[in-house]
Write a protein that binds this ligand. Structure first.
Ligand code: ADP
Ligand code: 5GP
Length: 184
């Protein structure tokens, strides 16, 4: 089986930035596009960043077993991994990254125990707050919700196979790629 990497970490820690670094250097890696019921941020493209769905469309996928995992994140929106595209890549031996939260990680680990989970941690709480603010993509209420979720997520980091601190981007990207290569 090819490596299936489950990448989690608080909003604003730099998961998206890290994944684009790693895939630029290693274009053979495939990154799953999640489905979500939240609205697109400015600049986000449907089908590239997420598949943006209505509640009804999401429920339809869920009921037809078309999601490998799904969860309610930030107490508000639904997010899930479309099953077909992941299974297809795994069957072809292509290394895959799923950027999902800890609830999704637990679900995938139950059905695919060989999947490797990685928690991306910030160098400090202050740096996480500053990155989230610096990104400027959420209003104060949405940032607050994300930071509430982040506190809970940081407490769960020990559940993951690996913890990578995203301090220096180049060092963290290198570490992530090493984990992908090692497979466990
Ligand atoms: P996530 O996908 O985890 O929500 P992003 O990739 O959107 O996070 O990153 C959040 C912000 O932090 C962005 O503005 C990004 O440029 C910045 N960032 C990411 N990694 C680093 C790093 N190692 N050092 C400093 N800033 C970073
Ligand atoms: P955002 O709204 O900031 O793009 O994403 C919020 C969080 O949702 C991400 O940090 C990630 O943990 C989680 N997430 C994104 N896609 C999925 C998914 O497909 N499944 C699960 N379980 N969580 C996801």
């Amino acid at each position: 089986m090819s490596v299936l990497l489950l990448l989690s970490g608080p909003s604003g820690v730099g998961k998206g930035t890290l994944v684009s670094h790693v895939t630029q250097a290693h274009p053979e890696i495939w990154v799953s596009v999640s489905a979500t019921t939240r609205s697109p941020r400015p600049g986000e493209v449907d089908g590239r960043d997420y598949v943006f769905l209505t509640e009804e469309e999401f429920a339809h996928m869920r009921e037809h077993d078309e999601l490998l995992e799904w969860a309610t994140v930030h107490g508000q929106f639904h997010y899930g991994t479309p099953r077909g595209p992941v299974e297809e890549r795994v069957n072809r031996g292509i290394p895959c990254i799923l950027e999902i939260d800890y609830q999704g990680m637990r679900q995938v680990k139950k059905v695919i125990p060989e999947a490797v989970s990685v928690f991306i941690a910030p160098p400090s709480w202050e740096e996480l707050v500053s990155r989230l603010e610096g990104r400027g993509s959420e209003d104060a209420l949405q940032r607050e919700r994300r930071l509430e979720t982040a506190r809970r997520e940081l407490d769960l980091s020990a559940e993951f196979d690996h913890v990578v601190i995203n301090d220096d981007l180049a060092v963290a990207s290198q570490r992530l790629h090493e984990i992908l290569r090692a497979g466990r």
